[in-house]
Design a protein around this ligand. Structure first.
Ligand code: NAI
Length: 246
């Protein structure tokens, strides 16, 4: 028996990093997984790694019409993981309005769009729907040269709490929680856009002294998606090797 047996779960950003590890863990735990990403090749690769019956769906998560079409093609949904996102180190002076808006669109608009169009399906879940939104420790604590990322992830944190309260008020049995990783070993943090200096600073700031593996974040997402967290809603789960405990 898996903890997500007979559940349908949708994971955005499933072609890489934390989303990929989450799709793998959900599939192992018995869920039927919808893998969503804009990267079709990456999706196909992850799909090939999974046993069982799962769907891949290419979507730019900022595309409202795309979300409406996806919602219309789903019969049911029990778990939604809004994970797709990105960030780059950039000073406020070097941030253009276009860059600011692109970060907000991918990291925050997407969470609103997915929630707006998929909540009716989650509300019909016989298990009680679960939403897990990907924030970051940068949604709790600021850092230099990350203002737009921090603003977007802080927005995800508060949007999640408001979603949780609205669902409770509606009595629709949907829980919403945010997750706040620290430094995770994924293509996002391994990219050439992260300088050696930034990389060293991130690690120096992590008491456990190493990056998290994507699977370690996926384990926490699985907890928030499953009945093990059934009394949690509007909560923020920090998985950061002690960074924000300092
Ligand atoms: P990643 O770069 O390995 O994976 C991100 C995935 O999102 C990629 O497959 C990419 O194609 C997809 N994606 C990006 N923009 C998209 C769009 N517009 N439409 C559809 N798909 C899109 O990154 P990683 O590290 O796995 O990050 C996942 C989430 O975790 C992000 O929201 C990130 O901000 C968050 N996070 C990551 C941390 C880290 O240290 N890696 C720390 C804290 C939070």
């Amino acid at each position: 028996m898996g903890v997500l047996d007979r559940r349908v779960a949708l994971v955005t950003g499933a072609a890489s990093g934390i989303g990929r590890a989450t799709a793998q863990s959900f599939a192992r735990e018995g869920a039927h997984v919808w893998l969503v990403d804009r990267n079709a090749d990456g999706l196909a690769q992850v799909r090939a790694e999974l046993d069982g019956d799962h769907h891949v769906h290419q979507l730019d998560v900022t595309d409202e019409a795309g979300w409406i079409a996806l919602a219309n093609s789903l019969d049911r949904l029990d778990v939604l993981v809004n994970n797709a996102g990105f960030g780059v180190f950039r000073s406020i002076a070097d941030t253009t309005l276009e860059h600011w808006r692109s970060i907000m669109a991918v990291n925050l608009d997407s969470v609103f769009l997915a929630t707006k169009y998929l909540l009716p399906l989650l509300a019909r879940s016989t298990h009680g729907g679960a939403i897990v939104n990907m924030s970051s420790i940068r949604g709790i604590a600021g850092a230099a040269n990350t203002a737009s990322y921090c603003a977007s992830k802080g927005g995800v944190r508060m949007f999640t709490k408001a979603t949780a309260l609205e669902c409770a008020a509606l009595g629709n049995n949907v829980r919403a929680n945010s997750i706040h990783p620290g430094h995770v070993a994924t293509p996002l943090t391994a990219g050439a856009h992260v300088s050696e200096e930034d990389r060293r600073a991130l690690l120096a700031d992590t008491p456990i002294g190493r990056k998290a593996m994507p699977e370690e974040i996926a384990d926490a997402i699985l907890f928030l998606a499953s009945d093990a967290s059934r009394y949690m809603t509007g909560a923020e789960l920090v998985v950061d090797g002690g960074s924000t405990a300092q």
